[in-house]
Design a protein around this ligand. Structure first.
Ligand SMILES: *Cc1c(COP(=O)(O)O)cnc(C)c1O
Length: 413
C-alpha cells in the first residue's frame, strides 16, 4: 500500500464505535440484549486482533471450506459479449456450495472462543441453516435452527440436510410462518439463554456488531480476488458485480476495493416480477430508510411504514431489508445498485450453464443477468469480475419448472 492509499484507507473507518455507517446501522434491540451485544463486540474485537484467531480461521477456510476458491476466466461468455474480459470468483466451489459457510465458520469459531456451547440461527430458504449446521457438526456444538413451518414445507431437502448434520430444526407457526417470524423466535430464544447461547446471523444485517463482523469474515472473497488478479498480471479490475440479498457476498467482495475509486462496484438486487409489480425484493431501488431486525437501513415498506413482504424467485434474495453498509455506499454513490427480474435471472442460469458448464445459484444468476446491460458499455481491454456466490443444484426444481413452462410455451407457437 502506498502512503496515499493508506491515508485513504484510514478515512474509510466504518462503522463508527456505535456501529453506524453514516446514519445507518446501530443497535435497535430490547434493553435485555444490550449486554449480550456488548459482550459479543468486545470478544470479537479481541479475536480480530489476535493472530491465533486469524490463523485458526484461515486454517478452516483452507482445510474445511476449500479456499482459496478459483478466479476463472469465462472464455465463452466473454466471446458471447465480445467486450470486456469476464472473470468469475468461484464461491460456488466452497464446501456446501456457497459463500455463506465462510461466515458460519467464523462465527462458530468465535462462539467456541467465548465458551458458548449452544448455537442458534434462523433460516428462510435453509441455506444459512445448512451452513451453520455444517460448522456446528464440525466443532461438535449444539445447533438449533428456527425456521417458519411454511418455509420448512418448501425447503424439505435443506431441512433433511440440517437434521442429518445433527441440528434441531424448530418449526415456527406464528405470523406468516416464514423468515421474519423465525427471526423473532431466534431473538426470543437469545434473550432467554444469553449466558450459554451464540446467535449466528447469516448476512450483513442485524444490530452492531453483526454487519461489521460478517463483512470482515466475508472479505476473504475480495482479498483473494485482489491477489489472484495480481498473480495473473491483470492489475486493478474495472468493474465488480455481485448479487445483493442482505449483502454479505457483495460487501465481502467489494470491501478490499472500496478505496480504489476507479473500480466500479455494482450490486444487483432482485426485482422479482418487476419494479412496478409490488412483488419485488429491490430494497435499495424502491425502499426508504427504516428499522428492521435491530438495524437502520433501507427497507421495503408501505405508506404507513409497515414492512412489506419481499418476493424473488431466488429464496436467498427474498428479504425486505439490506445491510446498512450498502445503504451508506448507495447514498455516497460509491457503489451502484441495480435490479433484474426473475425471468432475466432464469435466462442467465441457462446462458452460464451452456457457455461455461457451470450451473449458478439463482441468486448469483441475478448478477450474471446484469451483464446483458453492462457488457455493451464496456470495451475490450477492460476487466469485469463477477462474484459467483453459489452453485445452482439447490435451485434445480425451480429452474426445471421454468424451462418446462418455456418449452410448453414454445410448443404452442
Ligand atoms: C444467501 C445467498 C445470497 C444472498 O445473501 P447475501 O448476504 O446478499 O450474500 C447470494 N447468493 C447465494 C448463493 C446465497 O446462498
Amino acid at each position: 500500500m502506498t502512503k496515499d492509499s493508506r491515508r485513504e484507507y484510514q478515512k474509510y473507518n466504518m462503522p463508527d464505535e456505535k456501529g453506524y455507517f453514516g446514519t445507518y446501522g446501530g443497535k435497535f434491540v430490547p434493553e435485555l440484549l444490550m449486554p449480550a451485544l456488548s459482550e459479543l463486540e468486545s470478544a470479537y474485537r479481541v479475536a480480530n486482533r489476535d493472530p491465533r484467531f486469524t490463523s485458526e480461521f484461515n486454517y478452516y477456510l483452507n482445510e474445511f471450506v476449500g479456499r482459496p476458491t478459483r478466479l476463472t476466466f469465462a472464455e465463452r461468455l466473454t466471446n458471447h459479449y465480445r467486450r470486456a474480459q469476464i472473470w468469475l470468483k468461484r464461491e460456488d466451489l466452497c464446501h456446501t456450495g456457497a459463500h455463506k459457510i465462510n461466515n458460519a465458520v467464523g462465527q462458530v469459531l468465535l462462539a467456541q472462543r467465548m465458551n458458548k456451547k449452544r448455537i442458534i440461527a434462523e433460516t428462510g430458504a435453509g441455506q444459512h441453516g445448512v451452513a451453520v449446521a455444517t460448522a456446528c457438526a464440525r466443532f461438535g456444538l449444539e445447533c438449533i435452527v428456527y425456521m417458519g413451518s411454511e418455509d420448512m414445507e418448501r425447503q424439505k431437502l435443506n431441512v433433511e440436510r440440517m437434521k442429518l448434520l445433527g441440528a434441531k430444526v424448530r418449526p415456527v407457526e406464528s405470523g406468516s410462518r416464514t423468515l421474519k417470524d423465525a427471526t423473532n423466535e431466534a431473538i426470543r430464544d437469545w434473550v432467554t439463554h444469553v449466558e450459554s447461547t451464540f446467535y449466528v446471523i447469516g448476512s450483513v444485517v442485524g444490530p452492531h456488531p453483526y454487519p461489521m463482523m460478517v463483512r470482515n469474515f466475508q472479505t476473504v472473497i475480495g482479498q483473494e480476488t485482489k491477489r489472484q488478479l495480481e498473480e495473473k498480471n491483470l492489475g486493478t479490475p474495472d468493474i465488480l458485480v455481485a448479487s445483493v440479498g442482505g449483502g454479505s457476498n457483495a460487501i465481502g467482495f467489494f470491501y478490499p476495493f472500496i478505496e480504489e475509486r476507479q473500480v466500479r462496484m455494482i450490486g444487483v438486487e432482485a426485482s422479482g416480477l418487476g419494479l412496478q409489480s409490488g412483488k419485488t425484493a429491490a430494497t435499495l431501488t424502491l425502499g426508504r430508510p427504516g428499522v428492521l431486525h435491530g438495524t437502520r437501513s433501507y427497507l421495503l415498506q408501505d405508506g404507513e411504514g409497515q414492512v412489506k413482504l419481499a418476493h424473488s424467485v431466488s429464496a436467498g434474495l427474498d428479504y425486505p431489508g439490506v445491510g446498512p453498509e450498502h445503504a451508506w455506499l448507495y447514498d455516497q454513490k460509491r457503489a451502484e445498485y441495480v435490479s433484474v427480474t426473475d425471468e432475466e435471472a432464469l435466462k442467465a442460469v441457462e446462458l452460464l450453464s451452456r457457455k461455461e458448464g457451470i450451473i449458478p445459484a439463482l441468486e448469483s444468476a441475478h448478477a450474471l443477468a446484469w451483464l446483458e446491460t453492462l457488457m455493451p458499455q464496456t470495451v475490450e481491454n477492460q476487466i469485469v469480475v463477477l462474484n459467483l456466490s453459489g452453485r445452482g443444484d439447490k435451485d434445480m426444481r425451480t429452474i426445471a419448472e421454468h424451462l418446462d413452462r418455456e418449452s410448453r410455451g414454445a410448443d404452442r407457437i
